[in-house]
Design a protein around this ligand. Structure first.
Ligand code: AMP
Length: 125
């Protein structure tokens, strides 16, 4: 079973510079930018620059360099947003995948949310 990646998704267009974004961090293999419709005072999306649809796709096929860069980029954004446990009051990472995960944009992204009490993790079904 192989993963399919739609290169017309919004984040692929952001990576190609076809639509604008508000960049928070730009590294060799990752880009972080502000969510267009923030759901908390801090709401940043972190994406790998490679064509990966989901976290499981990335974990299976990304290079070690991409994985290290992405992991460090997520931590660096938490630091820049001052939501770390050393400089702030904490945060939540979310990565939605597929239909059940209600993923809108089919390019791997982690949401970093913080700046307020985020409540319980999931609403009741
Ligand atoms: P998800 O449901 O996890 O796929 O979330 C996709 C996120 O992308 C949503 O929180 C949207 O608000 C956000 N989004 C959609 N278009 C853009 C854009 N052009 N720039 C920044 N964020 C966007």
């Amino acid at each position: 079973m192989t993963y399919t990646y739609d290169d017309q998704n919004i984040f692929a267009k952001i990576l190609r510079g076809e639509i604008p974004n508000t960049t928070v961090l730009d590294t060799d293999h990752s880009l972080a930018f502000r969510d267009l419709y923030p759901q908390a005072p801090n709401h940043v999306l972190v994406i790998p620059k490679g064509a990966y649809v989901s976290y499981d796709h990335f974990a299976a096929e990304a290079t070690d360099a991409e994985i290290v860069d992405y992991t460090r980029a997520i931590g660096e954004v938490c630091r820049l947003e001052e939501v770390t446990l050393t400089a702030g009051d904490g945060f939540r990472l979310i990565s939605n995948a597929g239909r059940d995960g209600v993923q809108e944009v089919p390019h791997l992204h982690v949401h970093i949310l913080g700046g307020r009490d985020l409540g319980r993790m999931l609403a009741k079904a």
